[in-house]
Design a protein around this ligand. Structure first.
Ligand SMILES: C[S@@+](CC[C@H](N)C(=O)[O-])C[C@H]1O[C@@H](n2cnc3c(N)ncnc32)[C@H](O)[C@@H]1O
Length: 247
């Protein structure tokens, strides 16, 4: 088992931090009411760890989700590659400074479960993510993710307008293949890795995760209020939350 004191523990290998310039952007994103009103409730609907359980928060950012769970008595341990965010999170719960999906710092079957909120889209190898989380989780433990819905973020997906009558449609783009997109993040950009839902579910099942719950959420009122095109696409899947049980 790992130590539970509040400290940042660097991984054994030097950590390349391409999120280094993005901490400021993420503060603004996470302070957006849409995060509080849409992402957090979706996460809590899919995943309610119990007091005393040991949970890994993978890509924990500044620890705002882990801090909520820790306040309810969950023993949260964060993992994040970004030093600035990990430092902030370490004020809320212990944190490993590490590049995921590598979890070599955690022993086999050491934790009751793990979760990743808006983070799996940034990890290179989803197969390794599911295998590593399965390795470190005890039998009967759980895993949950919240992610930008792959239908929404697929490369070249987006709204198109029929010029003849102004009707709006959604273009699926390259949904069925794996791919990458870059989204603006202030004066920089952030990379999202696209995987079709079928690929994600198959990789999780292969690693030993049994599917328990899937929630899909359309464009919320906050996002729609900011963007007239999104306002007409409230049924487009926007967020997705999935929970599994370790076989
Ligand atoms: C969009 S933020 C979400 C943060 C947090 N889960 C939340 O909901 O507030 C994505 C987080 O994943 C972290 N991250 C991205 N790629 C990573 C990687 N390969 N290993 C570890 N952390 C990573 C970033 O540093 C960032 O904190």
């Amino acid at each position: 088992m790992m130590r539970m004191d509040r400290m940042i523990m660097p991984g054994r290998h030097e950590q390349k931090d391409d999120w280094g310039d993005l901490a400021g952007w993420w503060f603004a994103e996470a302070d957006d009411p849409a995060y509080r009103e849409e992402v957090v409730p979706l996460f809590l609907e899919v995943f309610r760890p119990r007091r005393g359980q040991v949970m890994l928060d993978l890509g924990c950012g500044d620890g705002r989700i882990g801090g909520r769970l820790a306040a309810r008595g969950v023993r949260v341990i964060g993992v994040d590659v970004n030093l600035e965010l990990a430092r902030l999170a370490s004020g809320r719960h212990p944190v490993f400074l590490r590049r995921l999906p590598d979890l070599a710092c955690v022993r086999d079957a050491a934790v009751d479960g793990a979760y990743a909120v808006l983070a799996l889209e940034h990890f290179e190898d989803a197969g390794c993510f599911f295998a590593e989380t399965a390795r470190v989780t005890r039998a009967g433990g759980s895993l949950a993710i919240v992610l930008n819905h792959p239908v929404y973020t697929a490369p070249r997906s987006g709204p198109v307008i029929d010029p003849t009558d102004g009707e709006l449609f959604w273009r699926f783009g390259d949904y069925l293949s794996r791919g990458r997109t870059r989204e603006p993040a202030r004066d920089r950009s952030v990379e999202f890795i696209h995987r079709p839902v079928g690929a994600l579910l198959t990789e999780a099942a292969t690693a030993g995760w049994s599917l328990e719950k899937v929630l899909e959420q359309g464009v919320g009122t906050r996002a729609a209020a900011r963007d007239p095109i999104l306002a007409q696409h409230r049924d487009i899947p926007h967020l997705m939350a999935i929970r599994w049980r370790r076989r």
